[in-house]
Design a protein around this ligand. Structure first.
Ligand code: ADP
Ligand code: MG
Length: 217
């Protein structure tokens, strides 16, 4: 199924809390970008989504708003996991999720990427994380050491999925996805849609809504 971007681009058309709407205004996010307008209605309904749009089109907020809307801050368990190809991208995604989560109560976002000692990351996880953003290899490290549990996971995001495949992470992604509960929402974001992404999507997404935005944004 392919959706065309809806006509309205105001965030106010979305079922977001008043606090989240206010936070978006404060951030200067006045209108949705095309990929946000195309993907957020389905993502906020809990559908699996495959979203394709070029770099810089606002894909991070598209999945971040969807996963934040579902979070229960009072529950100290990892409810969302975002897999990214590199440490730099994981840091950027963490920053954006924190900005968008400012309206919520004490949402803890932990970044798990290489180049940083495992111990500090393990301690952060132990203190209680609601959202984990990480690279596949480092996430597996923590899963195997028992530092990270995914039993309460509600949302799995594969961000920059095409780059993760280019970098040879497919087996790692499969490994992580297999440890996630079957009852979850999966969101796949990518700048391009090569064969490998279609295969991955067929394996891990359920009746996904596919949205694709060309050029303009
Ligand atoms: P992508 O992941 O598609 O490459 P990003 O999520 O990194 O793009 O977004 C690019 C920039 O656009 C970021 O600086 C982000 O803060 C900004 N941005 C995202 N959505 C909006 C919006 N609705 N209004 C204004 N700026 C936005
Ligand atoms: Mg991105």
């Amino acid at each position: 199924m392919t959706f065309s971007p809806p006509v309205s681009k105001s965030f106010e058309t979305l079922p977001l809390s008043a606090a989240a709407q206010e936070n978006l205004r404060r951030l200067g996010y006045l209108e949705m970008t095309a990929i946000q307008a195309a993907s957020l209605p389905a993502a906020l309904q809990g559908r699996d989504v495959i979203a394709q749009a070029k770099t810089g089109s606002g894909k991070t907020a598209a999945f971040a708003l969807a996963l934040l809307a579902k979070l229960d801050a009072r529950r100290f368990a990892v409810q969302s996991l975002v897999l990214c190809p590199t440490r730099e991208l994981a840091d950027q995604v963490t920053t954006e999720i924190r900005r968008l989560a400012r309206a919520e109560d004490n949402i803890k976002v932990v970044t798990l990427a290489g180049g940083v000692p495992l111990r500090g990351q393990a301690a952060s996880l132990e203190h209680g994380a609601h959202v984990v953003v990480g690279t596949p290899g480092r996430v597996i490290d923590h899963l195997e050491r028992g530092n990270l549990g995914l039993d309460a996971l509600a949302t799995l995001v594969l961000d920059e999925a095409d780059r993760m495949l280019d970098m040879g992470f497919v087996d790692d992604i499969v490994k992580v996805a297999r440890q996630c509960p079957a009852q979850r929402q999966t969101l796949l974001f990518s700048a391009t849609y090569p064969e490998g992404i279609a295969k991955l999507a067929a394996q891990f997404l359920r009746e996904p809504v596919t949205v694709k935005v060309q050029a303009q944004h």
